[in-house]
Write a protein that binds this ligand. Sequence first.
Ligand code: SF4
Length: 377
Amino acid sequence: MIKGAYVHIPFCEHICYYCDFNKYFIKNQPVEDYLKALDLEMATTMIQAGGVRPETIFIGGGTPTVLQDEHFARLLESIRKHLYHEETAEFAVEINPENLNIAKLEAMKRAGVDRLSIGIQTFDDTLLAAIGRMHSRESAIAAVQLAKDYGFHNISVDLMFGLPGQTRAQLEHSLHAAMQLDPQHISIYSLQVEPRTIFYHRMKQGKLKLPGQDIEAEMYELLIKVLRDRGFEQYEISNFAKPGYESRHNIIYWNNEEYYGFGAGAHGYIQGQRVVNARAVKGYITRVRSEGHAMVERHSVTLQEKVEEELFLGLRKLRGINKKTFEEKYHRSLDYFYKDVIANLVKKGLLHEDKEHISLTEKGVFLGNEVFEAFLV
Ligand code: SF4
């Protein structure tokens, strides 16, 4: 069964220096045509699925909230028509603080949106400018407050650490500023410098000064402590939630379950195939108009690949992988595939194993990449 649906809005007002997502300046883009194509892609896909709707919906970008209010409302109506149902378990939207307003909050309430993921990154104005974000500490606080006042009580504050020039004290201040807003969830990823980003070019020219690996590890240790002390459970390497507020949509990815990807450049996992849509906005629109979908790449995942993905995605969850569930899914035990690898990681103190689960140890959480690589053939 296909569990989730991701809907991509590839438009931004401004390009952040670290961003390698599929996004385009919104100015002069055919937004109306894009929304029509999205509507058609969702309609066609749901007909092919025999009307079976996904359990979770996530609208991401790009910047979904950069759409004009009328376009934003139309997008939500489309999603409600094709994907939403009474038993939708989670309907989440990614929000940029600088363009959240009452009209958008109203449209989301009407459509049944029940979770907001607000991209703040840091509450430090100097660092916000250094990474190319458009909002300020003040506008970020105002956006969260507005959403709360409007009755949204499942809010994720999304942060980053390891930013250029960032100190541990600045990270601690940001975490405390986030705590003042009393969110239900915190996502916090370390900055990765990816090719085709402004930071990548600066790095190549020797103009990007990042905290070293040791400082980054100290920052990670600090944030885990601060968040745990404030009652957040770390349920995934980079995600923390108050009880009952884990991201259901993201858990679908970490459980290696299937999901639809709608929109330009969106990735999906459908009936054993990893699929990718046309990346360019116009190319996407043209394909959907002629074929009803825009898939340009398909890859049938082999058993070996599935098992590897199961391990490196599943071990990101702090509760780890349930051995019985694994065996039911793959008709062979975890030991059949990885007995020696698991024994070796347990010996190194990176993995914990009991009768029911394997999971990362405290040390393994810090050295996740070493653990994940061990499961790749
Ligand atoms: S981080 Fe978000 S807002 Fe910034 S450029 Fe990327 S997609 Fe756009």
